[in-house]
Design a protein around this ligand. Structure first.
Ligand code: NI
Length: 169
């Protein structure tokens, strides 16, 4: 099932999500839905709060269906190592049509649980590292615009307020 993507302004995007403790069929279905919703929205990463569910779950596929082994399910993920700095243009499905340069760690290692609750570690650099950081931020109620200057952030918020007023957000 494809879920509607929640946009900036919805409080679910700015509060920390709850830890997942039950690994059952319902969780598997939710994750299938998350991949389906992410692909439908042309995204390479999606966090559960973005479909209005405040749980620590994210899905990532930086190859966008090219490589099945690149489909990653991250449950209760955390960053355990990071290094380097890298600036690149970044966007978010919950803040459509905006992009800004964001400086993040160039390489990170995460620890997370899979669908069955098994703990694993995974390292990534460049786009994958960026996706890990962006999605884990979502689970902590943080959006990428918190990493840009206050001036640029206020400009984006002002434009969004106009879109809301016009009924276009
Ligand atoms: Ni996002």
């Amino acid at each position: 099932m494809i879920h509607f993507i929640v946009k900036f302004g919805n409080p679910v995007l700015e509060k920390p999500a709850e830890k997942v403790t039950v690994f059952d069929e319902e969780l598997k279905r939710l994750i299938d839905d998350m991949f389906e919703s992410m692909y439908a929205a042309r995204g390479v990463g999606l966090a559960a709060p973005q479909i209005g569910i405040a749980r620590r779950i994210a899905v990532v596929d930086v190859t966008f269906k090219e490589d099945p082994s690149a489909k990653l399910v991250l449950i209760n993920p955390e960053i355990i190592h990071k290094e380097g700095r890298h600036m690149q243009s970044e966007g978010c499905l919950s803040i459509p049509d905006f992009r800004e340069n964001v400086t993040r760690s160039q390489a990170v290692t995460i620890r997370a649980q899979n669908l069955t609750g098994k703990v694993f570690e995974k390292s990534g650099d460049d786009l994958l590292a960026r996706a890990f950081q962006h999605e884990i931020d979502h689970l902590n109620g943080k959006l990428y615009i918190s990493h840009i200057s206050a001036l640029k952030r206020d400009l984006i918020k002002r434009k969004i307020r106009k879109l809301v007023k016009a009924g276009e957000w």
